[in-house]
Design a protein around this ligand. Sequence first.
Ligand code: IPD
Ligand code: CA
Length: 258
Amino acid sequence: MDKQIKQMALAAVKRSGRMLKKAYTKFNRLDVSLKSNHEILTKADLMSQEIIIREIKKHFPGHGIIAEEQANRESGSGYVWYLDPLDGTTNFSMHNPLWSVSLALAKQDELIFGLVCAPMLEDIYTAEAGQGAFLNGRKINVSGIRQSKVLNLFCHGSKDADIKKAMAYCRRQKLNQLDCRQLGSAAIELGYVAAGRAESYVAPGIKVWDVAAGVLLVREAGGRVTDFKGRDWRLGGPNIAASNGQAHRQILRAVGVK
Ligand code: IPD
Ligand code: CA
């Protein structure tokens, strides 16, 4: 992969991270607007998006961009960026440091680069197709943990059906496994699976910008990412199950229960 792509992405995300960190420390919970009855938006989401999109357009004007808070930009170049300028906006708004910036690049619909930056944790995850996954420059791998010590993570989209599915999954895992937690940032949750800090992540009704970078992290760290039927997850797929591989069969069984 072109070195320039990685350098531009890192510089842009770090710049937005610095802005977000400042905004986070003085953020007032009342300064949010509602996108839907389950989703909020802050000025920080929009500012972060502006910083990163400006850099992409400057360096790669022919590339497409699909970002959470803007109309999508198609392109004929075969390259598309997937951006969540602030993943975990609710955490951000309540002064919970688990929020991140997630940026991925796909070429002809195959992920080739992923970057998740969690400024308050000082964690930067990167992955390049075929080159492995890294946390702050150190190679990471999924855990080898199976059965009784498995820690599961999950989240969900905003439709009622997705929330119900996620709640049923969480209930089942809580009753049968060590734990099942919702950390509130899909990108960080996938980073945790990649780094062996947790064993699985399941989400019905997720959006592509939430997970594109994290999917590459998990795959490059040796994990598995599928839909709920066990087929390889493809860009834009609404349902996602990611794991260290060992836990995969069990999580698919648990999310399949009505
Ligand atoms: C949200 C987070 C959350 C997930 C939601 C996402 P946002 O992203 O990733 O963990 O449960 O489905 O929308 O809105 O904070 O960018
Ligand atoms: Ca977001």
